[in-house]
Design a protein around this ligand. Structure first.
Ligand code: GFB
Length: 316
């Protein structure tokens, strides 16, 4: 395995305010490197010239490219232009600026939504582009596939040490708690907490509750990203997940137990289910020496407690 030493390096976490980026910045506090961040007011990643000038000026040695326009199934379905344009623009600006400035290593964060809708489960890295994408998030998927390919192309043509990881559905501290645009874990934590606080007898789930999803605690993702940055230097991207999935109904029941809510779950079948199943084969990264450490029941408790302390109580 290759090794990249973070000691005394200037390491930029692009997207440090997002859930994944913030977790990576927290994890890097344990490394002997200098963490570099840029607020959106200071650097607009959609403006190419600004990104090139900033990266060159900052003498960046390594980049975690976690910046993206993200959201759950409804956001992906209703904002296709934003998801395609903004994610393509962010990644092309940052990746090209990194190459131009001689950045030594870059890690690009993709998503498990890149795989075909009906890919054999658990999904192996090799199944990329072997079938039609899931319509509800094909825009985001195409942007993320382009990012993977851009990193591979810059490795082949320019010798850039740029690698990619494909995280599964994430949850944990710093998630975006938005009932309409949020990912499913954040949305259900919000809804079920509100039901408990108002003694509401029912909570409505979107879809049928039968789709299955894999959920990775964001602190584990961050640890995987640092592990890959330090130890991996190949063109093929790596799946990052737990390798275990559950139905949306089982997810909701877990959150209800954590929240202490005992009402009835109902289903709005007019809302989309999305991918029937989306669990990844995580053996490639496991064989390199990394596996997720946080059991779901522990992670969901931490995510719920963070929400109550950081969001719900502040809003009250
Ligand atoms: O995280 P999520 O919104 O997106 O999960 P994906 C959607 C699944 O949860 C669907 C069900 O089966 C929904 O029907 N669901 C039930 C809900 N109730 C709710 C709710 O209140 N809110 C939400 N959001 N879902 C994501 C992509 O796809 O996968 C991301 O949108 C990313 O961009 C991620 O790629 C890995 O899991 O379908």
């Amino acid at each position: 395995m290759s090794s990249f030493d973070l000691s005394r390096k200037r390491v930029w976490v692009a997207g440090h305010r997002g859930m994944a980026g913030a977790a990576i910045a927290r994890r890097l506090e344990r490394e002997p490197c200098e963490i570099v961040t840029a607020a959106r007011s200071e650097l607009d990643l959609l403006r190419q010239a600004d990104v090139h000038a900033w990266v060159a000026d900052q003498k960046i040695d390594a980049v975690f490219l976690a910046a993206a326009t993200v959201g759950g199934i409804m956001a992906n379905t209703t904002r296709p232009a934003e998801f395609l344009y903004e994610n393509l623009t962010i990644e092309t600006n940052v990746i090209h600026a990194a190459k131009s400035a001689g950045v030594k290593k870059l890690l690009f964060l993709g998503s498990s939504c890149i795989y075909p809708r009906m890919a054999e489960q658990p999904m192996k890295e090799e199944t990329l582009l072997t079938g039609a994408l899931e319509p509800t998030n094909e825009w985001y998927a195409i942007a993320k596939i382009a990012g993977i390919k851009l990193c591979a192309a810059y490795r082949r043509q320019y010798g850039c040490d740029f690698v990619s990881v494909m995280p599964t559905n994430l949850y944990g501290p710093g998630d975006r708690y938005d009932a309409e645009n949020g990912h499913v874990v954040a949305a259900l934590i919000m809804k079920i907490h509100a039901a408990r606080m108002s003694n509401s007898p029912t909570v409505e789930l979107w879809g049928s509750g039968t789709p299955k999803r894999e959920f990775l605690f964001t602190e584990d993702l961050a640890d995987a990203c640092v592990f890959v940055m330090k130890n991996y230097s190949e063109e093929l991207f790596l799946n990052v997940g737990t390798g275990r999935d559950m139905t949306i109904l089982e997810l909701a029941e877990s959150i209800a137990r954590v929240a202490g809510w005992k009402g009835t779950l109902t289903f709005d079948r007019s809302k989309p289910d999305g991918m029937p199943r989306k669990v990844m084969n995580v053996s490639r990264l496991r064989d390199l020496g990394w596996s997720a450490q946080t059991p779901f029941d522990e992670g969901i408790r931490q995510a719920y407690d963070w929400y109550v302390a950081s969001v719900a109580n502040r809003a009250a």
